[in-house]
Design a protein around this ligand. Sequence first.
Ligand SMILES: *Cc1c(COP(=O)(O)O)cnc(C)c1O
Length: 420
Amino acid sequence: MYQKLIYRNDLRSLASQVEEKAKAVFSDIAKVVENNQAKVLAAFREAQVSDYHFASSTGYGHNDRGRDVIEHIYARVFEGEAALVRPHIVSGTHAIALVLFGVLRPGDELLYITGAPYDTLEEVIGIREEGRYGSLAEWGVTYDYVPLKDDRVDFETVAKKIKPSTKLIGIQRSSGYAWRPSYSIKEIEEMIAFIKKIKPELIVFVDNCYGEFTEEREPTAVGADLIVGSLIKNPGGGLAHSGGYIVGKADLVAQAACRLTAPGIGAEQGAMLGMNRHILQGFFLAPHVVGEALKGAVFAALLFEKLGLETLPKWNAKRTDIIQAFRLGTKERLISFCQSIQAASPVDSHVRPEPWAMPGYADPVIMAAGTFVQGASLELSADGPLREPYIGFLQGGLTYEHAKLAILLAVQTMMEKQLL
Ligand SMILES: *Cc1c(COP(=O)(O)O)cnc(C)c1O
């Protein structure tokens, strides 16, 4: 069946060469997976996870023991004092917004030091006109950012932009829809040390989306006060149906919790609606699934490099997230690539994605996600904003084998259409 699907002999032989060459990188990934799996297992044992933790709660969700255990495990594994892990957090953007609105007060300033933040945050912050209802700007919270300098944090400018009103520093670990490297834990450690040296009371939060389990530590282990992410990305392990997490200093997590629910309620309410088993089992699987996704990204990078496309990161670069970007150069290629990934998906393989004005994004975006959990991007997905130079982003893959097949099918289709 493999030969029937990937019928081009030249492409199959190229795939074999890629896998042969990538062996050493795959074995490095296996080591990270092993260590993270050990960390997760240790936390499950310590928390004495049991069948009754999977029971569903209703109403206010008081005494949801499973919820407490989930939050204990997240805090342990991600090395924070406390965690808020809820299916009621609708997305990564929502989780970040909870931190921003939870921590900042009128007159405070948010300073992003890793360039402009992820597209969807523009409306949260109030940079773009259209999303201003309830934005930080409307509440009198100001914002500034430090453009990158040669893809790196411009420390000199960061130091200049820290003012008395600066309260929260934003660091985005993953590149998002930008052609820049993602920042490793070691680099984030340097950023945080720099900030704390200037003004120790500054609060540093890291948008950790797509980064979880790609390295052996998370930013909280190197001084981040808060980290934030989405459960339909890495830590959900492909099983969480929805949700987000916030991990870090207990008082700051509590402030975000008061935003999610209400002051006085905080993290104490919130029926988990039957999600506990999925969230726990997903977190248990996450180190392995992230490893599968990483191997898929490495395979794609080396294959594309052999086909003459520019890739970021390079196939053998040290990775700190699951995203693989490649410069496709034309709109036709980007659309064809995403449509092919969709066609090679286990769900909705028969539908064809088209570019659309997705809420929160400034340019039309094409998104392929034939996923079991809608829009989940730890499952194999491909996307890209329709703007020059037509960069495609590929991420996820519940199994390496699926990622490999889908990437080969997409390349085969482009070859047949003379797009490659
Ligand atoms: C995915 C992502 C987000 C949040 O996106 P949602 O679609 O709202 O979950 C934020 N920052 C980065 C870097 C991301 O990759």
